[in-house]
Write a protein that binds this ligand. Structure first.
Ligand SMILES: [Zn+2]
Ligand SMILES: [Zn+2]
Length: 253
C-alpha cells in the first residue's frame, strides 16, 4: 500500500501546500481521502485526472471537500470521451447537497450523482473498495466528521487517517495497531485549547502512544502554526517515529 500526500495544509492552503488530500494506492486501485482547496491541481502530479477509483471525505469543511466541485466539472464536462462514469464517493450525510450548493450552478439538482455515486457514512461504516477494507468512525469535531481505517486486505497493512478531531476515544480505538497513523496536529500545546475541535501535537502523540501505532505522520498544521513545535511535542510523548507530512511525500506501508 502506498500513501502520497497530495496536500497537508490545515484550514486553508499555504504557499507550499494544498489543503488535506491523500492518495492511497494498492494493486492498481486508487482511493483519495479528502479533496480540500487546491488538491485537484496537485493530484495531477501524482495520477491522471480520471485515474481515481473512489473518494472518501472525512467531513464537509471546505478544506477537506471543496475541490470536489472542480472535480465535478472535470468529470461532467469531459471533452474527450464524453461524460465520466460514476465513482463511489463516501461522505457524511448530506454530502451531495452540500457540494451541489457549493458549486452553485449545476445543470440539475442531481447532476453530481451522474458522475459520483454518493454513499452516506452514517449508514455505512464498513465497506470494501478494491483491495481495501475501510472502516469509518465518527470523531470529535463541530460538524459530523469521520476518521478512516484503511486496511490492505492481502497484506494486512493498515493506514489510519484522523480527519479533523479533538481527543477522541473512538479514534484511539480505530488507530489501534496501525502501521502508519496520519494524524492531524492543528493546535499547539499551551496555546490553543478549544474542546472537540483539533488535536495538539502532544495530543496526537498521546493518541499514537495509547493506540500502539507504528509511524506517526502529523498533518493539517495551519500556515499560522509553527510545525516544528508540534513535532517536538509529539516526539516528547510518543516513543515511535514521528514526522511532519509534506506535499508529495510518499510512504510505502
Ligand atoms: Zn480541516
Ligand atoms: Zn474541519
Amino acid at each position: 500500500m502506498k500513501l502520497t500526500v497530495v496536500g497537508c495544509s490545515g484550514s486553508f492552503p499555504s504557499a507550499d501546500s494544498a489543503c488535506s488530500s491523500y492518495l492511497v494506492e494498492a494493486d492498481g486501485y486508487r482511493l483519495l481521502l479528502d479533496m480540500g482547496n487546491g488538491a485537484l491541481g496537485e493530484l495531477q502530479r501524482h495520477c491522471g485526472l480520471y485515474d481515481l477509483d473512489a473518494v472518501a471525505l472525512s467531513h464537509l469543511h471546505s478544506d477537506h471537500c471543496v475541490d470536489m466541485c472542480a472535480y465535478f466539472v472535470a468529470r461532467y464536462y469531459r471533452h474527450e470521451g464524453g461524460r465520466c462514469g460514476r465513482i463511489p464517493v463516501y461522505g457524511p450525510e448530506g454530502t451531495e447537497r452540500r457540494l451541489t450548493v457549493a458549486y452553485g450552478d449545476t445543470p440539475s439538482d442531481s447532476a453530481m450523482s451522474e458522475v459520483f455515486d454518493f454513499h452516506d457514512l452514517s449508514r455505512t461504516s464498513r465497506f470494501d473498495l478494491g483491495p481495501f477494507a475501510v472502516r469509518a468512525v465518527e470523531v470529535a469535531h463541530p460538524v459530523t466528521a469521520y476518521a478512516f481505517r484503511v486496511e490492505h486486505r492481502e497484506s494486512g497493512k493498515v493506514l489510519v487517517y484522523s480527519g479533523d478531531t479533538g481527543p477522541s476515544a473512538a479514534l484511539d480505538e480505530l488507530a489501534t495497531g496501525a502501521d502508519l497513523f496520519l494524524c492531524e496536529a492543528s493546535f499547539t500545546h499551551g496555546k490553543e485549547d478549544i474542546p472537540d475541535l483539533h488535536l495538539t501535537g502532544r495530543e496526537a502523540g498521546e493518541c499514537a502512544r495509547r493506540a500502539g501505532t507504528g509511524r506517526l505522520v502529523l498533518t493539517h498544521v495551519p500556515p499560522w502554526t509553527d510545525p516544528q513545535i508540534n513535532l517536538r511535542d509529539a516526539k516528547d510523548v510518543f516513543g515511535g517515529p514521528v514526522e511532519l507530512a509534506r506535499p508529495a511525500g510518499v510512504y510505502e506501508i
